[in-house]
Design a protein around this ligand. Structure first.
Ligand code: SF4
Length: 341
C-alpha cells in the first residue's frame, strides 16, 4: 500500500468525481483525512486540490481534517486558492488533548496544534478557511472547562464525537452498556451551551435540537436520512467508512472492491454490494425501530452497533447515553417554551 497517493490516482479521482457530479442530482462533499493529510506536502496538495476544484464547483464543499501540526501560511494559501476549508482535531485543554493525541516524539501534540490553529486564525482568508474544531469526547474531562477552552480558542464551531467502541469492546470511559457517562457529559455540555448568551456553535447539539424541533439533518449517526460515506484509499481502492475497522478486521473492505483508476465508480455505486453497505446506515434492531427518538438518534453510528455474534443488528452502544441526552434536551426545551409562552 502506498503511504501517499500518486498523481495518477489523484487524476483518476478528480475525473471520477466529475462524472459522479454529472450523473447524480445530489451534491456531495469531499474530506481529505488520514492519518494526516497534510503529510502530503504543499506541492502535492496543490496538485490534488487544483484537480478537484477544476472538476467540481464550489457547491461541492472540499475540506481537510487535520491534526493541525503541519498548518503553515503556504498550505493555507493553497487551500484558499482552491476553496478548501480546514478543520482541526483537538480534544480539549492540554491535559485532555495530550492524554491520547501523542506525536512521534512520544509527547502530547497540544502546543503544536494550538500553534497551527493560531496560524489558521490569522490568515487573511480565515473566515472561509476556518471550518472549526473536532473533538473526541473524554467523559472523564470537565465539560464546562472544555467548552470554555474552545471558546477561548475562538473557534467558529466545534463538533464532538463519541469514542470508537461497541458492545463487544466497550468505549473507553463507559463502565457497562447501560451506564450513561457520555450522556451525562453531553448533558453538562448542553446546559453550559444553553446558558451561554453568546454560544460557540456545537454542531452535534445544534443538529439534535433541530431534529427535535421537527427539522432534518443529513449526517452520519444522526437522524434517519440516508447518508453514505465512501473512502478512497491512498492506492485508489474504494473502501467503506474506516471507522468500521474497530468492529472486526476487514470490516471496512468491500468483497469486490474496485480501484478508482479503473474508471468504474458509477457502476460501483450502482452495485448490489455498495447499496447493501449504504443500507447499513439504517438501524435494523427491533429496539431502534420501536424507539420514540429514532428520528433524532438514528440508531447511532454503524460502528457503535457492533456485537460479536449479532453483528450490526443492535442499538448503539451509546443507546442509554442518547436516551438520557434527548430526555434532558426535551425537558430543557419544554422549560424554555413555558418561560417564553
Ligand atoms: S436511543 Fe437507542 S433504541 Fe433509540 S434509536 Fe438510539 S440506539 Fe436505537
Amino acid at each position: 500500500m502506498e503511504k501517499q497517493m500518486t498523481e495518477s490516482t489523484m487524476v483518476a479521482i478528480a475525473k471520477s468525481l466529475a462524472e459522479l457530479a454529472d450523473f447524480q442530482n445530489q451534491k456531495f462533499s469531499i474530506v481529505l483525512h488520514g492519518g494526516e493529510p497534510l503529510l502530503i506536502g504543499a506541492k502535492k496538495l496543490d496538485f490534488l486540490l487544483s484537480l478537484l476544484r477544476d472538476s467540481l464547483n464550489e457547491e461541492y464543499p472540499i475540506s481537510i481534517q487535520t491534526n493541525g501540526i503541519l498548518i503553515t501560511s503556504e498550505i493555507l494559501d493553497i487551500c484558499s486558492k482552491n476553496r478548501t476549508s480546514v478543520a482541526v482535531s483537538i480534544d480539549g485543554y492540554k491535559e485532555i488533548n495530550d492524554r491520547f493525541r501523542i506525536g512521534h516524539n512520544n509527547k502530547g501534540t497540544f502546543d503544536q496544534v494550538v500553534k497551527g490553529i493560531d496560524i489558521l486564525k490569522s490568515h487573511s482568508d480565515h473566515e472561509f478557511l476556518n471550518a472549526g474544531l473536532l473533538a473526541v469526547i473524554d467523559p472523564s474531562s470537565d465539560a464546562e472547562k472544555i467548552y470554555s477552552f474552545f471558546k477561548e480558542l475562538e473557534a467558529p464551531s466545534v463538533d464532538f464525537l463519541y469514542k470508537d467502541g461497541n458492545h463487544t469492546i466497550l468505549p473507553l470511559g463507559k463502565a457497562t452498556v447501560n451506564s450513561t457517562e457520555y450522556g451525562e457529559w453531553m448533558t453538562k455540555l448542553l446546559n453550559v451551551y444553553l446558558n451561554d448568551k453568546n454560544p460557540l456553535p456545537i454542531r452535534i447539539l445544534d443538529d439534535m435540537l433541530k431534529v427535535l424541533l421537527g427539522g432534518t439533518v443529513s449526517k452520519e449517526g444522526m437522524g434517519i436520512t440516508d447518508y453514505g460515506i465512501a473512502i478512497i484509499d491512498t492506492n485508489g481502492v474504494i473502501m467503506k467508512n474506516d471507522t468500521l475497522k474497530s468492529s472486526f478486521d476487514g470490516a471496512d473492505k468491500f468483497k469486490k472492491p474496485i480501484n478508482i483508476k479503473d474508471g468504474k465508480l458509477l457502476d460501483f455505486i450502482a452495485s448490489k454490494e455498495f447499496n447493501e453497505y449504504r443500507q447499513m446506515q439504517r438501524p435494523s434492531s427491533e429496539k431502534c425501530l420501536d424507539c420514540p427518538i429514532l428520528d433524532i438518534c438514528g440508531g447511532g453510528m454503524i460502528l457503535h452497533r457492533w456485537k460479536d455474534g449479532a453483528q450490526f443488528n443492535n442499538p448503539s452502544v451509546y443507546c442509554s447515553d442518547q436516551q438520557l441526552l434527548v430526555e434532558n434536551m426535551s425537558q430543557l426545551i419544554s422549560k424554555f417554551y413555558q418561560v417564553n409562552a
